[in-house]
Design a protein around this ligand. Sequence first.
Ligand SMILES: [Zn+2]
Ligand SMILES: [Zn+2]
Length: 322
Amino acid sequence: MKQVLISERNRYKGNLHCHTTLSDGRLTPEEICEAYRARGYAFLALSDHDTYYEHDDLQRKDFVVLNAYEQCIDRAQREPFGQGKCYHFNFFAKTPAHHELNIPPVPDYEDKAGINRMIADIKAQDFLCSYNHPYWSLQNFEDYTPLEGVDFLEVFNYGCYIGDGLHENQINVYDDMLRWGHCKPLFCTMTDDNHNVYPPDDYRTDSFGGWVMAGADELSYEAIIASLEAGDFYCSSGPVITYLAVDTAEKTVEVRTEPAKSISLSTMGRRGDRTEAEPGKTVDHAVFSLRDNDCFFRIEVTDADGRRADTNAYFLDDLFNK
Ligand SMILES: [Zn+2]
Ligand SMILES: [Zn+2]
C-alpha cells in the first residue's frame, strides 16, 4: 500500500530564520516581509535575537509571519582558536497572538541538563524549538548529542554560507543526532538567517538561499505550524521534490523530482543507494528498496549546481509497524 510522506496538498515555501532592525538585521519587519512575499514565499519566521516579539500587524491572507526569537547561550572564550562556542536556538510560537512568554534564566553553556530544562520550559509555553547552525557555533558531537526536545535542526544556513563563507552543510550532524542523540522526532530545515547587509535584489544577499516547503490544506498560521510539527515538509536550497511515498507491502520508497543530478538514499547505518544522471542528462525519479535493519531513511537530491534538497528522516518502525 502506498503511503505518501510529504502531502501533495498545497505546498508553501517559507524561511524559518530571519533578523530585522529589531535586532541586528538591516531591514524593518515590514520591508523584509514584503521582500519575501514578492519572491513567492508564503511564510517567514521573524526570529530576532534574545527578545520575543509578535507581529500581528504583518499577517496577510497570502503571507504568514511566524512569531519567533533566537536564544543564544555563549560559552566563555576557552577554545585555542580564540572564540567561544555557543548554542543558538530558534523558538517558534505555535499560536499567533496574545502569547505571553516568560524567557527563563539563560543556563551556563556547560550545564546541558539546564539547557534541556530551558528548552522544555519554553516548549511548555507552546513553542517549537530549532537547533541552529552548529558549524558556525563551533560545536561538535559532545555539544549536540546531549540535546533533548529539539524539533528541528538546520542542516544548511544560507547566511553562514554566503555571508561568512562557511560550508554549513550539517547533514552529518543530522545523522549523528538521529543515531546517538535524544531527539525524536527530529526534522531538518534549511534557512536563510538573513541580516540583509546587501539589499534583497543584490546577488550577494543572504536572503532566498535556504527554505522549507510545507504541505498544508490552507495558508494560515495554524496550518503551517501543524505542517512543521508533523514533519510534513522537506527543505531545499534549489531542487524540487514533487512526490515522496513508501510502499509498505513492497518496502520501497519512491521519489519524484524536477530534473536533478542525483537522488540518493541514506539510512541509519552504512547502507545507502543512489540514482545518478548520465553526464549531460538529468533524473527525476527513483525507487529504492528498504531493509528491516535500515532503521530510518532519508532522501537527498542534488542539482547540477551542487544545491541540495533533503527530506526528513523516516523511521521504519513508525511506517511499517503501526
Ligand atoms: Zn544564530
Ligand atoms: Zn540568526
